[in-house]
Ligand binder design. Structure first.
Ligand code: C2E
Ligand code: SIN
Ligand code: SIN
Ligand code: FE
Ligand code: FE
Length: 495
């Protein structure tokens, strides 16, 4: 685009001289003959350079320059002053009011063209530089948004994400301080989750009650609020921000809205009146959107966790219920299953298991004989020894357990005990005939506890054995029925 030069001189002769020197040089020329006209043309065409005469009736060149510099729309236009004589005082005064360069009358053609060209070039670089600064700012904004996105998608702690957001607001928008609040619909208040930029002794904390009229407005209008009077109204009250009035003059509140619901507020505090540019406002709106998403997804996660905990408790209560029902049917002594389960967990802990392993063992032990649900009463409760046909059915109970439990994903890691508790160390057990360490450790542990408890208790088919007889039997089963290492640990536990 052609560069525009505004020539200002009250004398037609002066204007003509400048015009003829710059004609056909690739510039677009405009002319003004007094100060008022200069300012109005400058505002209209936004020239790339003004050649300004000093001595003019009415408004002189100095005053024109002063007014140019005072108007933000044209303050950056380069000005070359045309002085009648090589007068040092005028130059000093020119510099004071913001002139960029000088040429003297009578005008030397070469000098004028050089000055004009170099100042225009400088100006072009300056605007390129401005563009670059803006671009860098945009990149910084985008980088910040990206970091926050990552924090959200990786499920970072919500206060950590909101802290990042308050830091970005203050850092990138040159805002003095910011607070992020989360709305708690049960307690009807906003909790301060993160803040940045406050002097240490007035860092706000706690909650802001909904009774506060501004919060009301944020909730119902779901619109940004700008209220410089905010601090005056809360002065002397018990609002957590009551002390902030000494430091800040301006206040903005931006609601954090996700899916039509206000989830929080982002507040901005400024020591001087704050007027955000368009870019800054856009960035702020994007940040608020992210903050809202962050709060929303953290709520969803919290709800999920809570639901999951509830479910786990419900499942575990159900499992204990099943195992009590089994004890009742088996006519075993009260609390038999719970007792066996507790002993198994104790032995397992001794042998170095922990955490979820223990939890799975506990569930497995509670359910160890659930397969007996598939064994008819006539066999299960038979007062005497079983026939071969009856044994075939009785030995199916671990397989029944497998068929019952394996489709339940929640219990998939608790299967070892119900399925393998009748395997024997020497391979003579059932249902798979596993041998030695092929038998899952959980089942090896459980087997000795189960036999110990079964032999010690009355059964429909026999009376309970005395303790010495039971221990002797277990000791003799080491390396045959039971894992020898487990037998040793068991005896240390029982001692
Ligand atoms: P259970 O009563 O819970 O017994 C578990 C395991 O303890 C038995 O597995 C066995 O290894 C051991 N055990 C229990 N009682 C005795 C006993 O009197 N002598 C010996 N040497 N070991 C004993 P096993 O043998 O695979 O039995 C599985 C289930 O079959 C038993 O669970 C019980 O419900 C049933 N059962 C076993 N024998 C008889 C029986 O003679 N009559 C009836 N009605 N049921 C039996
Ligand atoms: C808040 O939004 O919680 C701060 C106070 C106000 O807006 O009045
Ligand atoms: C059996 O498996 O038949 C009886 C239980 C045992 O003594 O091992
Ligand atoms: Fe069993
Ligand atoms: Fe049992």
């Amino acid at each position: 685009m052609m560069q525009k030069i505004l020539i200002v001189d009250d004398e037609p002769g002066g204007r003509d001289a400048l015009e003829s020197l710059l004609l056909n040089q690739g510039y677009q020329l405009a002319l003004a003959s007094n100060g008022i006209e200069t300012l109005s043309i400058a505002r209209t065409i936004n020239p790339d350079l003004i050649l300004l005469d000093i001595m003019m009736p009415g408004m002189d060149g100095f005053e024109v320059c002063r007014q140019l510099r005072a108007d933000p729309r044209i303050a950056e236009v380069p000005v070359i002053m045309v002085t009648a004589l090589d007068d040092r005082d005028s130059r000093l005064q020119g510099i004071e009011v913001g002139a960029d360069d000088f040429v003297t009358k009578p005008i030397d053609r070469g000098e004028l063209r050089t000055r004009v060209r170099s100042i225009l070039r400088l100006n072009r670089y300056r605007s390129l530089q401005d563009e670059r600064v803006k671009l860098e700012e945009q990149i910084n904004h985008l980088t910040a948004l990206r970091c926050i996105d990552i924090a959200i998608t990786t499920g970072q702690d919500i206060s950590h994400t909101l802290q990042m957001i308050t830091e970005q607001v203050t850092g990138q928008l040159h805002v003095d301080a910011a607070i992020a609040l989360r709305y708690d619909p049960l307690r009807l208040c906003f909790d301060i989750c993160a803040c940045h930029g406050f002097p240490e002794h007035i860092i706000p904390f706690g909650s802001v009650s909904i009774q506060d009229s501004l919060v009301d407005r944020v909730l119902f209008d779901q619109k940004e609020i700008h209220d410089p009077q905010f601090f005056k109204r809360i002065l002397g009250g018990d609002h957590p921000y009551a002390l902030l009035g000494d430091y800040f003059q301006d206040y903005h509140a931006i609601p954090l809205v996700s899916r039509g619901t206000v989830l929080g507020v982002l507040e901005i505090f400024q020591k001087a009146p704050l007027d955000l540019g368009l870019d800054a406002q856009e960035f702020l709106i994007t940040l608020s959107g992210q903050a809202a998403i962050a709060i929303d997804s953290s709520r969803t996660l919290e709800d999920l966790r809570r639901t999951n905990t509830d479910l786990v408790q419900a499942y575990d209560a159900t499992i204990e219920g099943w195992s009590r029902a089994m004890d009742l049917r088996d006519k075993e002594t009260e609390g038999h299953t719970i007792r066996v389960t507790e002993k198994t967990v104790e032995l397992a802990r001794r042998m170095g298991m922990d955490g979820s392993e223990l939890l799975q063992m506990r569930r497995g032990a509670l359910l160890h004989d659930i397969g007996k649900l598939g064994v008819p009463d006539a066999i299960l409760l038979k007062p005497g020894p079983l026939t071969d046909e009856e044994w075939v059915i009785m030995r199916k109970h671990p397989t029944y357990a497998y068929e019952l439990i394996s489709p339940i994903r929640y219990l998939s890691h608790a299967l070892d005990i119900p399925y393998c508790h009748h395997e024997k160390w020497n391979g003579s057990g059932y249902p798979q005939g596993l041998k030695g360490e092929e038998i899952p450790l959980a089942a090896r542990l459980f087997a000795i506890i189960d036999v110990w408890d079964a032999l010690s208790s009355d059964r429909p088919y026999r009376r309970g054995w005395p303790a010495e007889k039971v221990f002797k039997y277990l000791r003799e089963g080491s390396g045959i029925h039971f894992d020898p290492k487990v037998v040793d640990e068991f005896f240390q536990l029982m001692r």
